[in-house]
Design a protein around this ligand. Structure first.
Ligand code: ADP
Length: 188
């Protein structure tokens, strides 16, 4: 299975990606995690990404696309993958299509985890208290949600038009959401 996960910050993509990937026995690729690891390791990529991340803005496509291209060329993803956090705008979606077609494979699904603005705001503020993630402050959360609405949300139409969109309700207990995702993906 080759799939992308869509949904606003705070929808539970990271948590659910890990659970779903384990069930499907495929790796997850989280662009946010890769960026954070690079920031932590003070690599060149991390230095390029940091200012955008701390502002809640998208890292430039050129940087992100190159990183994803490298990651998708690795051996562990030949049988499938779950992309969490990419694509995040229409140009990245087109780039992903190119990357996959160069690898001679196809996307099987775009899974959208749906959660409303108030719910994700509440979750992210709570997460900020627990994890202390640098971009989980209220103004930066607002900015990330705005970027999602403007740049990322239009991708649901893009994938729906190709018959790839699966929508899952992200509200409720973590286990219940996982069960919904597994059921939705099983029917694919
Ligand atoms: P969230 O979905 O909670 O905002 P992520 O961990 O997915 O968190 O992303 C954190 C930050 O990493 C984003 O705000 C952005 O700066 C950067 N980032 C992650 N994925 C991408 C991407 N595909 N394109 C550009 N920037 C990205």
């Amino acid at each position: 299975m080759r799939a992308v996960l869509l949904g606003p910050p705070g929808a539970g993509k990271g948590t659910q990606a890990a659970r779903l990937a384990e069930r499907l026995n495929i790796p997850t690729i989280s662009t946010g995690d890769i960026f954070r690891a690079n920031v932590k390791g003070d690599t060149e990529l991390g230095r390029k990404a940091q200012e955008y991340m701390s502002a809640g803005a998208l890292v430039p496509d050129q940087v992100t696309n190159a990183m994803v291209r490298d990651r998708l060329a690795q051996d562990d993803v030949t049988q499938g993958f779950l992309l969490d956090g990419y694509p995040r705008n229409p140009d990245q979606a087109v780039e992903l299509d190119t990357l996959l077609s160069d690898l001679d494979v196809k996307l099987d699904a775009a899974i959208e985890i749906i959660a409303d603005f108030d719910e994700v705001m509440k979750r992210l503020i709570k997460r900020a208290e627990i994890d202390g993630r640098a971009d989980d402050t209220e103004p930066v959360i607002r900015k990330r949600l705005e970027v999602y609405a403007t740049s990322t949300a239009p991708l649901t139409a893009y994938y729906s038009g190709r018959g790839l969109l699966i929508q899952v309700d992200g509200i409720g207990a973590v286990d219940d959401v996982t069960a919904r995702l597994v059921a939705a993906v099983d029917g694919k």
